[in-house]
Design a protein around this ligand. Structure first.
Ligand SMILES: [Ca+2]
Ligand SMILES: [Ca+2]
Length: 148
C-alpha cells in the first residue's frame, strides 16, 4: 500500500510539472526582450496570445565559446488564430538584423525545419510571437513553438 501511495505521489508530481510547462505564455509573461524565454534546439513550448497587445518573446543564446548553434523555428498556429513571428538578430558587434515569418494563416505553420539560423557566440537571436491582426488572439487555443 505504501508503495502504491508513493507511486501515486510520483505520478501526481510529474503531472503537475507537465501541467506547469504545458501552456504558460500569456499577457504578462515573456512580454519583452528583457523577459524573453531562454530557448535552445530541442525545446517545445505551448502558450497563448491572449489579448490584442500580448506577445511572447523567446531568445536563443549560444552557450559555447566557438561555433554556431543552429535553430530551426517552427510555429504551429491555433485554428482560427493567425500568428506571426518577428525575428530580431542582435550580433555581437551590436548590429541588428530584422526578419519576420508571416506567410501562414490561421491554423497554419510559420517557419520550417529546413530554414535555420546560425547563432554565433555572443549573438542573441530573438523571436517574438504575436497576432497577425488585432483580432488574432485567444485564451483557449494555444500555439506550439518548436525549436528544431
Ligand atoms: Ca506574453
Ligand atoms: Ca501568420
Amino acid at each position: 500500500m505504501k508503495k502504491f501511495r508513493t507511486m501515486m505521489l510520483v505520478c501526481l508530481s510529474v503531472m503537475m510539472l507537465a501541467g506547469a510547462q504545458s501552456a504558460f505564455a500569456t499577457t504578462g509573461v515573456y512580454d519583452g526582450p528583457a523577459t524573453a524565454k531562454n530557448s535552445l534546439p530541442g525545446n517545445v513550448y505551448t502558450g497563448y496570445i491572449d489579448s490584442s497587445t500580448d506577445s511572447d518573446w523567446f531568445v536563443v543564446a549560444n552557450p559555447n565559446a566557438s561555433g554556431s548553434v543552429v535553430v530551426y523555428p517552427v510555429l504551429v498556429c491555433p485554428s482560427g488564430v493567425n500568428l506571426d513571428i518577428d525575428v530580431l538578430w542582435v550580433h555581437k558587434d551590436g548590429t541588428v538584423d530584422k526578419d519576420s515569418y508571416n506567410q501562414a494563416g490561421a491554423g497554419g505553420i510559420e517557419g520550417s525545419s529546413n530554414i535555420g539560423w546560425g547563432v554565433g557566440p555572443n549573438d542573441l537571436l530573438y523571436f517574438r510571437v504575436h497576432g497577425h491582426s488585432a483580432s488574432d488572439f485567444s485564451s483557449s487555443k494555444s500555439y506550439t513553438f518548436i525549436f528544431n
